[in-house]
Design a protein around this ligand. Structure first.
Ligand SMILES: Nc1ncnc2c1ncn2[C@@H]1O[C@H](COP(=O)(O)OP(=O)(O)OP(=O)(O)O)[C@@H](O)[C@H]1O
Ligand SMILES: [Mg+2]
Length: 455
């Protein structure tokens, strides 16, 4: 059963049970009140009779006429002597005669059932001075009261039925209104499931209730999925473009060799060089992609204590044979012990130094300092710089400022993305600033206190 139907049925049952119990209570209280009033009226009649008619007249035989004056509708009045013998009797219905006459010493009034019909009985003692000499009995069939109670039952029944119908339709309408956004959400989700296309829910509700928040959260989720899908598509297209370019070059040169290579040694060598370069490039990109994937999905850092100055010296040493340009290391202290993942930090510094080496003119300065709460690595080169409008994108994967030049320099645009990821895993920061034609500055900060390796 749908939750909508369940909710409406539940609220209907709840409302109906309240309504029916209320109806019964109202009916019972009203009937009791009316019966009491009827008995009081009879009692009043009995008192009137005892005041206006003398006791002797009441108990004088064949004096029925005197009782008839006070006789209500569907009633019987009797005067009895001390032995409960009927002396006088006046009645406009014969059914009540079956009720046995009864002498009493104190006044009584009650109702009882007679052939499934309620009858009301009032008995009052007849006093002669202080002495009781007989009983006055008034018995009625409260037909008007019964009729009015029947009418009340009819009215209450119709009203209850109407209220039940109204509550049923109202609870169905209410739950439909309440669950409409949910039904829409389910429909949208089903559409997404079948078409695999991102869809959003309409947010035109005025009240910012839980369902609105649910729809809003759902839309945010959809936006994020859409963004991540876009990024993924972009990444796949960029990665395949990188490989496609290299593969096209390799294919071009190999087909050239197949046609002319064995006759022309120079062409043969050129093709071999090109194929070698492109294979190296593809290997480099593949390694970088694997590294990124690993950093993205299984970010495990192995923390150890090491000297940052020594690490930078090692890195510079590694690059020196590859370039005739100058790297100047300027640490604020001769030794700076840091607690981090040594290999990963080495990788970050290498990525930045590699960039500096590719683009610098004469020299690159590497400043190391320790300002609580961070270690700061500042790498400043005097290269051609990066245009200001390109700066926000350099950390994106496959982003290269000058695509044609980058092919010559061998860049794939993944270095800074990897560096940023590693720094973030260390809960540090990486910033790049540049003045075109003057140089570029990259600042990396790593917290002094060891941080957890998850982000
Ligand atoms: N010091 C720098 N001077 C000038 N441009 C820079 C510098 N550092 C980075 N860039 C620009 O930012 C781009 C992105 O750098 P990144 O290191 O991510 O990629 P890459 O160097 O091209 O390739 P690789 O993945 O091999 O590092 C570079 O292509 C380059 O255009
Ligand atoms: Mg690089």
């Amino acid at each position: 059963m749908k939750i909508k139907t369940k909710a409406s049925l539940l609220s209907f049952i709840w409302l109906t049970s309240i309504l029916i119990s209320l109806t019964f209570i109202i009916y019972y209280i009203y009937a009791q009140y009316e019966k009491e009033e009827e008995l009081e009226t009879l009692q009043f009649t009995a008192n009137q009779m005892l005041t206006h008619i003398s006791p002797l007249e009441l108990l004088q035989e064949d004096n029925n006429r005197i009782l008839r004056k006070y006789l209500p509708n569907h009633a019987m009045i009797r005067s009895l002597d001390l032995s409960s013998k009927v002396i006088n009797q006046a009645a406009n219905t014969s059914e009540l005669a079956v009720i046995p006459p009864k002498h009493i010493d104190t006044q009584e009034s009650y109702s009882q059932k007679l052939n499934d019909q309620s009858v009301m009985i009032v008995r009052s003692p007849i006093h002669q001075g202080t002495e009781i000499i007989g009983t006055l009995e008034i018995i009625t069939e409260p037909i008007e009261l019964d009729q009015s109670l029947y009418r009340l039952v009819g009215i209450i029944g119709i009203v209850t039925l109407a209220a039940m119908l109204l509550s049923l339709s109202a609870s169905f309408l209410l739950s439909k209104l309440l669950f409409l956004p949910l039904s829409r959400m389910i429909l949208t989700m089903k559409e997404i499931e079948t078409s695999l296309a991102i869809k959003k829910l309409p947010l035109n509700r005025k009240s910012k209730d839980e369902l609105y928040q649910l729809s809003e959260t759902f839309n945010h989720l959809m936006e994020r999925i859409e963004m991540s899908m876009k990024k993924q598509r972009q990444f796949i297209s960029d990665a395949s473009h990188e490989f496609k370019t290299s593969l096209t070059i390799i294919e071009g040169y190999t087909s050239l060799i197949r046609r002319w290579g064995f006759e022309n040694m120079d062409l043969h060598m050129e093709a071999l060089d090109a194929v070698h370069d492109e294979s190296k490039r593809m290997k480099h990109i593949t390694y970088q992609l694997l590294e990124l994937a690993e950093l993205e999905h299984e970010p495990t850092l192995t923390f150890s204590s090491f000297d940052l100055v020594t690490l930078c010296k090692e890195n510079i040493q590694l690059l020196r044979p590859l370039s005739n340009k100058e790297f100047i290391l300027l640490p604020s202290e001769s030794s700076m012990m840091i607690e981090a993942d040594r290999l990963q930090i080495k990788q970050v510094i290498l990525i930045i130094l590699d960039n500096a080496m590719k683009y610098m003119t004469h020299h690159t300065h590497v400043y190391l300092s320790k300002t609580d709460p961070n270690y700061c690595i500042r790498i400043v080169d005097d290269g051609k710089g990066i245009p200001t409008e390109e700066l926000p994108f350099v950390f994106e994967r496959f982003y290269r400022v000058d695509r044609s030049r980058s092919r010559q320099t061998g860049g794939s645009g993944l270095g800074l993305a990897i560096a940023e990821r590693i720094v973030k895993l260390h809960k540090g920061t990486i910033q790049i600033s540049s003045v075109p034609h003057y140089g570029t500055e990259v600042i990396v900060t790593i917290p002094i206190c060891k941080t957890t390796n998850s982000i």
